[in-house]
Design a protein around this ligand. Structure first.
Ligand SMILES: *Cc1c(COP(=O)(O)O)cnc(C)c1O
Length: 731
């Protein structure tokens, strides 16, 4: 048996449940949970960075003792604990009532990153948040899932900008003792160790557990004393740069992840690969099935019928390709154990349109019978990109489907908006029924001034937060620099129309597009009566010099006196900064180069909170835009497209956005604008929630995969028929 240890020796018996609660991220999306910790100590909550594990470690014995004797706190504690325990029951929820017994349908979900909370910095961007939101929603719906990923001891980059605008920053070591994460121990209290062969060597893995409501996330970690120094750094940080390190990472994630599940005795019937990084998991899973008596051919077919693969990007750099020489070096020892010859294996990873390496997406597509894209538009693009994998099928017959991404509503909705305004106007059960369009129809009943006052309060909170950071910068002797201070948003004005642009700084997302016509932009931001301001945030990948240069251009605009302090760059974009921004800006700006943004999710977080989207028609916005819930334009084609797209944005801002925003009644309420806000919210809840997404995955894929899992392989729907390829021809 394996377990975890509670680590709060100071916690009095009467409130010992706080220990379990602190280690379950349930509190991160249930305000009652957060309130309970906050009521224990408001200062402690603030000083711990809203992390209850750290807070319980920091609070004095006296403070905890006092709470355990305070009748008011005890009542509150009991009420929250009962609610928490009721919601942990695995035998309740939508999945149990509608799909399958949770004992039959367990799903193993593999992802290289997870964005769950800022205390766990194991993400780079949207892919991670999608995975995090997915787990939380599975918990809410009772979908039995175990997540598998990496414990990155160095987390992800803490961004620091130098006064000349260069992203310096360093990876900060994750404070394991104080994060809501625990090492799995065996019955002797020793760390569980899983071993996995990588090439000719054995790599040892430890396993950490994160509890995400009813679901568990297992994070594997190579940083243990059993490993050689070289092997111990495999999981050091997200997305290692060179192909060999990357291959080793992906072998550890895929093969090591499956081995970890078997070592822990976790049974699952369906495997879901979130992007190609963990795709080697199919090999180890087939090996497990062969150990259970299936032939290699049967095992691979069974794996294929029960595997779901989601591809997330048309950007070429998002698809790992490994040189054959490397693959041979790392897999020649492994392949005999799964009954595949090297040549056939390399063929499984061959992209016919671009042969010459082992392509993880091609491999994952071939090894899964259920595969999907993340928006309707992305499906069209992906069909074209990968049609060579199905040489005998016409494009419209290619067995690819789509499930548009969605965001976890309880995580991304502002608490005051949800608890106070929605509860009053949409009804007490609005959150339980938030994928029901009828609930959102009642948004129209919210009086304009109520919504507008709420929004203005959120905007003030955002700007106060930004100024507070500026103040801390000024207080920090080493960093107190006028350029940094000016660019950090010190002069932002809560009454000016505020655009937000926050996401990873990748060149296809074109962060500098809005800066294309400096003169026109200056006129807009410096308008005396109807000014515009822009808040930027985002990180460049630490190895990506080009993106760092883009970031520098944005920073230079932010400190440029001619913009009058109306352009700001907020350092260290993370989950917490994202929450402030998607709640508090007026417009969410999105202008990637089409068709590169497969879906995008930050815009959904904004529209959920009544922040309209101004976006190029790409990704999810093609499905979301209806003419009255935001603004949209078609991307231009050809060499001038950047200039033309920028012009389209300026025209729209000047011609539509500014006039609507500043058209207010005598009480200062812009009714036309509030109407766009309402339309934006009405569209988001039912269509772009993680709830809709998880249900759709279940209906489109999991049901079929679960029934395949409980039947024997038939030999009918094989590789050869669909793919014109037979990796077992030699057998
Ligand atoms: C939602 C989110 C993202 C994804 O944003 P996109 O605009 O979809 O790329 C990235 N980072 C953080 C911190 C987020 O919250």
């Amino acid at each position: 048996m394996y377990g975890v240890k509670s680590k709060f020796p100071n916690l009095p018996e009467e409130i010992s449940g706080l220990g379990e609660l602190a280690y379950n991220l349930w509190w991160s999306w249930h305000p009652q949970g957060r309130e309970l910790f906050k009521s224990l100590s408001r200062t402690g909550w603030y000083l711990s960075g809203h992390n209850p594990v750290r807070m319980l470690h920091q609070l004095s014995e006296e403070a905890l003792d006092a709470a355990s004797k305070d009748p008011h706190f005890l009542r509150h504690y009991k009420a929250v604990m009962i609610r928490f325990q009721n919601q942990m029951d695995p035998k309740t929820g939508w999945f149990c009532n509608n799909v399958a017994d949770p004992g039959v349908g367990t799903l193993a979900y593999f992802s290289a990153e997870y964005g769950l909370h800022h205390a766990l910095p194991f993400y780079a961007g949207g892919l991670g948040f999608l995975a995090g939101d997915f787990l939380k929603e599975c918990s809410d719906l009772g979908v039995p899932v175990v997540g598998v990923g990496f414990m990155y001891p160095q987390g992800y980059l803490r961004q620091r900008i130098t006064p000349d605008g260069w992203q310096a920053g360093a990876c900060e070591l994750v404070d394991r003792e104080n994060a809501p994460i625990r090492r799995l121990l065996d019955d002797k209290g020793e760390p569980v160790v899983v071993n996995v062969s990588i090439g000719k060597e054995t790599v040892y893995l430890e396993v950490w557990k994160v509890e995400v409501g009813r679901t568990s996330l297992y994070l594997i970690d190579t940083c243990t004393e059993h490993n050689t120094p070289e092997n111990s750094c495999v999981t050091d940080r997200l997305y290692a740069g060179d192909p060999e390190s990357r291959l080793r990472q992906e072998m550890v994630l895929g093969i090591g992840g499956i081995r970890a599940l078997s070592t822990l005795g976790i049974k699952y019937s369906v495997l879901h690969l979130n992007e190609g990084h963990p795709a080697f998991a199919v090999l180890e899973r087939a090996r497990d099935m062969m150990a259970g008596g299936l032939s290699a051919k049967e095992a691979f077919e069974q794996v294929r019928r029960t595997t779901v693969f989601t591809t997330h990007t048309p950007v070429p750099a998002g698809h790992d390709i490994f040189p054959h020489s490397l693959m041979k070096r790392y897999f020649s020892h492994y392949l005999p154990s799964v009954g595949i010859e090297m040549e056939a294996f390399l063929e499984l990873g061959q992209n016919p349109a671009n042969p010459g390496g082992f392509n993880m997406t091609a491999f994952a597509m071939r090894c899964s019978a259920h595969h999907n894209c993340v928006s309707k538009r992305h499906l069209e693009v992906t069909r074209k990109m990968w049609r060579h994998l199905w040489p005998d099928l016409s494009e419209d017959k290619i067995p690819l489907d789509y499930v548009t991404n969605g965001v976890h509503v309880p995580t991304w909705i502002d608490r005051r908006l949800g608890d106070v305004i929605f509860t009053k106007y949409l009804g007490r059960d609005w959150l339980d029924e938030h994928d029901n369009p009828a609930v959102w129809g009642m948004i129209d009943d919210i009086p304009d001034q109520v919504l507008w006052r709420h929004h203005c309060a959120m905007k003030r909170m955002l700007i106060n937060k930004i100024r507070d950071r500026a103040r801390h910068l000024w207080l920090d002797r080493e960093r107190a620099d006028p350029s940094l201070l000016m660019s950090s948003g010190l002069l932002l004005d809560p009454s000016a129309l505020t655009l937000g642009f926050a996401r990873r700084f990748a060149s296809y997302k074109r962060p500098t597009l809005i800066l294309s016509d400096i003169e026109r932009l200056k006129r807009m931001v410096n308008d005396t009566w109807r000014p515009v301001q822009i808040i930027f945030a985002g990180k460049a990948h630490p190895d990506d010099q080009q993106s760092k240069m883009i970031l520098q251009r944005v920073f230079n605009a932010a400190r440029e006196p001619a913009f009058g302090g109306r352009i700001a760059f907020v350092e260290d974009y993370d989950e917490q900064v994202a929450q402030y921004l998607v709640h508090g800006v007026d417009v969410w700006l999105n202008n990637p180069r089409p068709p590169m943004e497969a879906s995008g999710t930050s815009g959904m977080k904004a529209t959920l909170n009544g922040v309209p989207h101004l976006s190029i028609l790409d990704g999810w916005w093609i499905e979301g835009y209806n003419g009255s819930n935001g603004w949209a334009f078609n991307g231009a084609l050809g060499g001038e497209s950047d200039l033309l797209d920028a012009k389209a944005i300026y025209d729209m801002i000047e011609g539509e956005v500014i006039p609507l925003y500043y058209d207010v009644d005598e009480e200062g309420i812009p009714h036309g604008w509030v109407n766009v806000m309402k339309e934006a919210m009405k569209m988001t809840g039912p269509n772009f929630s993680a709830r809709r997404m998880v249900k759709e995955y279940t209906e489109k894929f999991y049901r079929a995969a679960i029934s395949a899992a409980v039947s024997r392989p038939t030999g009918e729907r094989g590789w050869s028929r669909e793919l014109g390829l037979d990796p077992f021809r030699g057998i």
